[in-house]
Design a protein around this ligand. Sequence first.
Ligand code: UDP
Ligand code: MG
Length: 316
Amino acid sequence: MSKSQIQYSIVVPVYNEELVIGETYKRLKRVMDSTEEAYEIIFVNDGSKDGTVEIAKTICNMDKNIKLLSFSRNFGHQLAISAGMDYSSGNAVVVIDADLQDPPEVILEMIKKWKEGYDVVYGRRAKREGETFFKKFTAKAFYRTLKSMTDIDIPVDTGDFRLIDRRVCDKLKSLPEHNRYVRGLVSWVGYKQTGVEFVRHERFAGETKYPLKKMLKFATDGIVSFSYKPLKFPLYIGGAVSAISVIYFIAYLLKAVITGTHASGLNLALSMIFFLVGGIFIILGIMGEYISRMGDEAKGRPLYIIGDKEGFKDEA
Ligand code: UDP
Ligand code: MG
């Protein structure tokens, strides 16, 4: 594989970030200049309605290392990251938020790990500063819930702030799924991964661009894209309800026989209703099994990814 002239691509999604983009550019430039290697910073404007684009254009005209992609409307953070990766050409690609919550200086530590041979270096949030209790609590709970629901090793407390090698970026680009949960996809792709810890600071300026509605959509994408466990719930519920109704029915019949009383129609009807409800849940669970397999086909992920090959003549 031929090496790119550009060593690092820094992908920065921006949505209504006029208060921070100038400062972010300055901090990123300082850090990236210190590497003394070629780099590009790609701002991906996710349909901003404020002055973000004008500022980004001015920066682009001033500095040849800066590039700007502008969406025709707001498509969302995850798609902005994906577009940045699609248009990047560096040998390593770093994704970083625009609001300086992810300190640009940590990129240098990531680069060090990459040079040691890691393909993915993710930033693990050791501490989060300046965020509400609600945000911290829900984030912690979400990462742990997702981890317990999936077989993929998605590290907890890590966002999209990470460095990925070109070959990981190319694999991500080849995954066609629409509801993208990028940090999960990076874990799914595999390769040699490690983390560096950092303190997540307060936003430099402005407000979060993730209101509750977007956060819920994001969390749903994470769970639905990487776990089929929710589709199994009806099977468990149905099994339990049916089993209870059968036990109840048998116990009731035995009692009627032993005591010589008449079986009451109400009790029999109740156990019958529970049995039927349980049956419906079981059928839903079975349908879930089919839907999960259709989900796999629809996502169109490759069956496996080869990390390295040796001894084959036509090696890429
Ligand atoms: N962002 C985006 N599109 C959106 C929402 C956010 O590109 O629809 C960007 C935003 O400009 C920032 C990053 O995604 O660079 C993370 O957003 P934010 O800091 O608001 O999220 P939080 O840190 O509060 O979770
Ligand atoms: Mg932020």
